[in-house]
Ligand binder design. Structure first.
Ligand SMILES: Cc1cc2nc3c(=O)[nH]c(=O)nc-3n(C[C@H](O)[C@H](O)[C@H](O)COP(=O)(O)OP(=O)(O)OC[C@H]3O[C@@H](n4cnc5c(N)ncnc54)[C@H](O)[C@@H]3O)c2cc1C
Length: 824
């Protein structure tokens, strides 16, 4: 990390922490002008799931989940300025007025501020419900709570260097609202929504002597550092074990130098994607740093170095956006089936069907857009889930994309200050159990604690580099396997002088070869923020993988060829760089990839699964790949650390208050999915690609059964005799279209409910699977759906089949807190 402090010249921008005017939040997609001139006004998919800012993103399949009924509340831990107190006392709401309070005239603006921090305008989050912020969900008390919560948040955002106290609200809120003030304040501070960061007033709240449990944190990236700081503030004793010689993990600012030129190069996370509510924007503000808005202008250059024709650019970009829209609509029709189809196959199918991008130049432009999408997702489009690749879009932070002048290492440096980090401690085993945890590092040294927080990247978990004892629950192992972890690499070059235009921050280059579409497809100019003439070239998609074995000399030679192709015809000499650095995030043993994505077969649920605590509140997980709403980002990693600090504190409080945390079957869809999967391991009858499970032990022909049809994989049967029938059925046609491009070997499962008699009838249909499918859909008239499409009606059938089959272990579990006798 660079410790240099160059004289940065950042552009003045509006306050990044203030929300947009309200109207911008309520624009519908049709209100936007997508991009009048894509060549020069192209908003890029600066990673962080702003896939193509110019495109109208449709609401994804997954909707923001708002629980209808509150789960049993965890005991609220009241928090005093000194940290978390072990007082699991439920706030007394009984004397609350039934009237909606008026705090000031800023309720709408305050709601917007809350929205940017991830709070819905008119309802509670799951976290709040779990924390027990109100005595009952949905009433006037909740409305008042939300007003107070929004007000506290807004007050803190006005001055993020301040430590806000409850007393600051005396005289502002009606006195009968004190319990709600306590509740909102305690929630916001204990969960890291207010009073967090590196401002002196906040640092001063860290107690001189920790009084609480020992927590061993594995990894000193943003997640580990955020968690460590919070836990220290709460009074926990913390040690951070880091395998590298430095902290920051995938945020790494390298100081580059040569011939008296210096620059701070962000080799990992660089762009703060959306500054509204972005906690790293808050840290930057606490450090007194202004952010540099990444300007939208992004000229594109053809493989021969000539600028792309603006008209063609508009045409191809519009076509690309149309295809993305179509893919989005298709998945809506397909429901859960889209989970098993790749975004790449859907886009390619549509491109061919609609005849978009047919000339060579159009194709290379089209491929540039695909590369841009692969960059945003750090993943091959052929491996991204059509259904859920953009599941986090609704949570986009909003606001500008920005660079932090001097590099994000400045954030890391500030966050790591006074945190006890032990470097070059590569963890190979984490043991956890009722007595606590043991974290064992290379060389055999053992670190003991009451709890451990694992923040290593998904690539490290996938690789099995850390042994967990006992082994992690199967559902977590499955989630680790399902989620994708892709690759993005960079070439950073420090030049003797700036030869490119200084009124741009980015420019793109097209490739002739589709398999190299991501190779140096985008350049970032860091000249205005790095302190020197620095250019960074990006390598995404397939090219990012082959880049790992390319020699640095070859890589730089290729980049220079591109730059000279662009600039020399303009009469501009391109000098050799003074220093160059090529990243290898894929072979870096502490990362093994760049960031996570939703691969075919995975969903947003997997992020939640990765975040789940295991071992009765002993082993916790944070990191970008545990952050369903903000995965693959720096702010997501940071927020996951704050989340887990709150979680650790809550479990520690529960334990010290003699509150037992027990597991009970979860009602979530994941649990049903796993149960269904389990049940179909032993179907009651099987024929061709069809399998059936029957409910009830009796043989009542009217009793309900669940039928599953498998497409793809080894069970797929091709029958030629049902072609006519196939074409009559839309389900089948849809599958055929997509499967012709479906290059995954996974099986695709669709389901329906039917009677036992209908299932038996189906078994007797002759002519193979295709005729059976025709019979099922046309004669019986059922609709095949994805697992979730089965709906609640299926839940009771699943439960009764499960019950009928005896005591197989429920696979999906969720935490529930139960007070033991004698506890307070
Ligand atoms: C090339 C690239 C570009 C990116 N661009 C952006 C961007 O523009 N904007 C954005 O928001 N995000 C970006 N990201 C993503 C962002 O950097 C990450 O999401 C974030 O930094 C992850 O933080 P983390 O704490 O979850 O993990 P990490 O930062 O990876 O931290 C985990 C830590 O664990 C350590 N560790 C691993 N294994 C062990 C072990 N066995 N024992 C001990 N320690 C271990 C690692 O060394 C590391 O320090 C980019 C990432 C990359 C790689």
């Amino acid at each position: 990390m660079s410790d240099q402090k160059p004289p940065f010249s950042s552009l003045p921008i509006s306050d990044p922490l203030l929300p947009n005017p309200p109207f911008s939040l309520f624009l519908t997609s049709s209100d936007h002008n997508p991009n009048p001139n894509p060549s020069y006004d192209l908003l890029l998919s600066f990673h962080g799931k702003r896939k193509r800012t110019g495109v109208h993103r449709k609401a994804p399949l997954s909707v923001i989940h708002q629980p209808k009924a509150p789960p049993p509340p965890l005991p609220p831990a009241t928090l005093e300025p000194d940290g978390v107190k072990n007082l699991p006392v439920k706030p007394n709401f009984s004397d609350l007025s039934e009237d909606i309070i008026v705090i000031n005239k800023e309720a709408t603006n305050e709601a917007l501020t809350a929205l940017t921090a991830g709070f819905p305008a008119d309802s509670l989050t799951e976290e709040e419900i779990e924390f027990g912020v109100v005595s009952s969900v949905g009433g006037i008390e909740q409305v008042n709570y939300i007003l107070i919560r929004n007000h506290i948040l807004s007050r803190w955002r006005e001055n993020v260097s301040n430590w806000l106290t409850k007393e600051d609200f005396v005289g502002i809120l009606p006195s009968h609202c004190e319990p709600l003030l306590n509740s909102a304040y305690n929630f916001l501070v204990s969960h890291g929504y207010a009073n967090f960061g590196v401002a002196p007033a906040i640092k001063a709240k860290v107690p001189a002597e920790p009084t609480k449990a020992n927590v061993v944190i594995v990894g000193a990236g943003l997640a580990g550092l955020a968690a460590a700081r919070q836990l220290m503030m709460f009074g926990f004793k913390v040690v951070v074990l880091e395998g590298r010689k430095r902290c920051g993990g995938r945020v790494y600012t390298k100081r580059m130098e040569g011939l008296n030129k210096f620059a701070a190069a962000d080799l990992g996370g660089s762009v703060l994607t959306g500054t509204h509510g972005n906690p790293l924007g808050i840290i930057a503000k606490q450090l007194g740093s202004s952010l540099h808005k990444v300007r939208d202008k992004c000229p594109l250059y053809r493989p021969d170095g000539k600028p792309v024709d603006p008209e063609l650019d508009i045409k191809v970009e519009s076509a690309f956006n149309r295809l993305l829209d179509k893919a989005s609509r298709l998945r809506q029709c397909m429901g859960e089936v889209a989970m098993d189809v790749s975004l790449g196959s859907a886009l390619e199918t549509f491109r061919q069907v609609y005849g978009d991008a047919v000339t060579e130049e159009e194709m290379s432009l089209f491929n540039w857009h695909l590369a841009n999408l692969e960059y945003a997702n750090a993943g091959l489009l052929s491996k991204l889930s059509l259904a859920f690749w953009d599941q986090d879009d609704p949570y986009d932070m909003g606001g500008d994309h920005c660079f932090l002048p001097g590099g994000n290492g400045r954030l890391v440096q500030a966050l790591s200050e006074s945190v006890p980090i032990v470097y070059e401690k590569t963890v190979h085993t984490i043991r956890y159990g009722a007595d606590g945890v043991q974290v064992i590092v290379a060389g055999g040294q053992v670190y003991e604690g009451e709890m451990a927080l694992c923040t290593v990247p998904l690539g490290v978990l996938k690789n099995g580099s850390i042994k967990f004892a006992p082994e992690l629950p199967q559902r977590k192992l499955d989630g680790i396997k399902r989620l994708g972890f892709g690759l993005l690499n960079k070439v950073a070059m420090l030049f003797p002088h700036v030869f490119w235009s200084t009124d741009i921050d980015t420019f793109g280059h097209l490739s002739e070869d589709p398999s190299h579409r991501g190779e140096f497809f985008l350049f970032y100019s860091y000249a205005s923020v790095a302190g020197g003439p620095l250019l960074i070239a990006l390598v995404a998609g397939e090219a990012a993988h082959s880049f790992e074995s390319m020699s640095p000399t070859d890589a730089v030679t290729k980049v220079l060829r591109i730059l000279r192709g662009i600039y020399e015809p303009q009469g501009i000499d391109v000098p050799d760089p003074l220093q160059s650095v090529c990243t290898r995030w894929g072979t870096d043993s502490f990362s093994l990839g760049s960031y996570s994505n939703v691969a075919v077969g995975a969903s947003g649920d997997d992020y939640d699964i990765l975040a789940e605590t295991v071992g009765d509140g002993r082993l916790f997980f944070a990191g970008e790949a545990t952050m369903r709403r903000y995965p693959a980002t720096m702010h997501g990693a940071f927020l996951s650390g704050l989340r887990e600090a709150a979680n650790v504190a809550q479990h520690a409080n529960a334990r010290s208050s003699n509150i037992k945390i027990e597991v009970s079957p979860s009602k979530n869809t994941q649990s049903c999915a796993a149960l269904l999967e389990d049940l179909f391991r032993e179907p009651d009858i099987e024929f061709g690609s069809f399998s059936v499970i029957f409910s009830g032990s009796n043989s009542d022909p009217k009793s309900t059964a669940i039928l599953r049809v498998a497409f793809g994989g080894s069970k797929r049967r091709n029958n030629s005799d049902g072609t006519k029938a196939d074409q009559q059925h839309s389900n089948k046609v849809l599958f055929q279209q997509l499967h012709s491009h479906y290059n995954q070997q996974q099986q695709l499962h669709v389901y329906t409910l039917l009677s036992r008699q209908q299932a038996l009838e189906l078994r007797e249909v002759r002519g193979g699977d295709d005729m059976r499918l025709y019979h099922l859909c046309e004669k019986i008239g059922v609709k095949l759906v994805g697992r979730r499409g089965l709906g609640p009606a299926a839940d009771s059938v699943i439960a009764s089949i499960k019950a009928g089959r005896g005591n197989r272990r429920p696979v999906r579990v969720a935490l529930r807190v139960k007070k033991e006798k004698g506890s307070k």
